[in-house]
Write a protein that binds this ligand. Structure first.
Ligand code: AP5
Length: 218
C-alpha cells in the first residue's frame, strides 16, 4: 500500500515511519532527509534548498516534485511506500495523485506545546541519521550516537525562530491538505501525543484496518 504521513513539524512522522517501513517492508521516503543529504553533499539541489530549509520555509514545489518522482521510479517502491514530509502543498498532492494510487493518509496530531518540546530537544546523528530526543529517546551520551558513534547535532531549523516559521508555514500551506484528503475519503486522524510506542501501535492499527470506511476520523 502507498501511505502518506501528514502532520505538523516535529509530530513524530519520521520516528514512526522508520518503524512502519521495517514492519511492512516498504521504503520510507522522507523529503526532508533527501534534501538534507543533498545539502550535506553540496549538490546543486542542496545549495538551492539550504537557503529555504534553514529559515523553515518550503523548498519550491518544482524542485521537490521532481526529486520525489525520480525516487518513486525505483524498484523498491513497486510494492508500496510510506511518504513522510510529502506532499506539503496542494500542487504536490495533485502531482502525487497523478502518478500513484494513495491508499491511506494518516494525519498525525499533537498540540503545539508537545511539538515544540519535541523539536527543541531533538538531536540527529550526523553519520547514520538516527533521531534522538534528549528526554524521550535518550542517547547514552548526548553528543554521541549509541548506534554508530557519530556526532549528534541540532538541526538548524530546530532553533526557536525557525520552529515558529515552520509551524506558520504548516498552517498556511500544508494543513489545507487535511480537507483535500477528507474530500477523497482516505484520511484518518491519529493521536500522536503519546509515547513513541503508543504512536507506532496506533499507526499500525490504522494501516492494518481493512475497513473501506477509511475516513472514520476521530
Ligand atoms: P522535514 O525534515 O520533513 O521536517 P518536518 O516535516 O518539519 O518534520 P520533522 O522532521 O521536523 O519532524 P517529524 O514529524 O519527522 O518528527 P520526528 O520523528 O523527527 O523538512 C525539513 C525542511 O525540508 C522543511 O522545512 C522544508 O524546508 C524542506 N522540505 C521537506 N519536504 C518538503 C516538501 N515536500 N516541500 C517543500 N519543502 C520541503 O520527531 C521529532 C522529535 O520528537 C525527535 O526528537 C523524536 O525523537 C521525538 N519524538 C518522536 N515521536 C515522539 C513521541 N511519540 N514521544 C516523544 N518524543 C517523540
Amino acid at each position: 500500500m502507498n501511505i502518506i504521513l501528514l502532520g505538523p513539524p516535529g509530530v513524530g512522522k519520521g520516528t514512526v515511519a522508520v518503524k512502519v517501513s521495517k514492519e511492512l517492508k516498504i521504503p520510507h521516503i522522507a523529503t526532508g532527509d533527501m534534501l538534507r543529504s543533498n545539502v550535506a553533499q553540496k549538490t546543486k539541489l542542496g545549495l538551492e534548498a539550504k537557503h529555504y530549509m534553514d529559515k523553515g520555509l518550503l523548498v519550491p514545489d518544482g524542485v521537490v516534485i521532481k526529486m520525489v518522482k525520480e525516487r518513486l521510479k525505483n524498484n523498491d517502491c513497486k510494492n508500496g511506500f510510506i511518504l513522510d514530509g510529502f506532499p506539503r502543498t496542494i500542487k504536490q498532492a495533485d502531482e502525487i495523485s497523478a502518478i500513484a494510487n494513495i491508499g491511506k493518509v494518516l494525519n498525525l496530531q499533537a498540540n503545539d506545546s508537545i511539538i515544540i518540546k519535541r523539536l527543541n530537544r531533538r538531536r540527529v546523528c550526523s553519520k547514520c541519521g538516527f533521531v534522538y530526543h534528549l528526554d524521550y529517546i535518550k542517547p547514552k551520551n548526548k553528543e554521541i550516537c549509541d548506534k554508530c558513534g557519530g556526532h549528534l547535532y541540532q538541526r538548524e531549523d530546530d532553533k526557536p525562530e525557525a520552529i515558529k516559521e515552520r509551524l506558520k508555514v504548516y498552517r498556511e500551506k500544508t494543513a489545507p491538505l487535511i480537507e483535500y484528503y477528507q474530500n477523497k475519503g482516505i484520511i484518518i486522524n491519529v493521536d500522536a501525543s503519546g509515547t513513541p510506542e503508543e504512536e507506532f501501535n496506533l499507526v499500525i492499527e490504522v494501516i492494518n484496518n481493512k475497513s473501506s470506511n477509511a475516513c472514520a476520523n476521530k
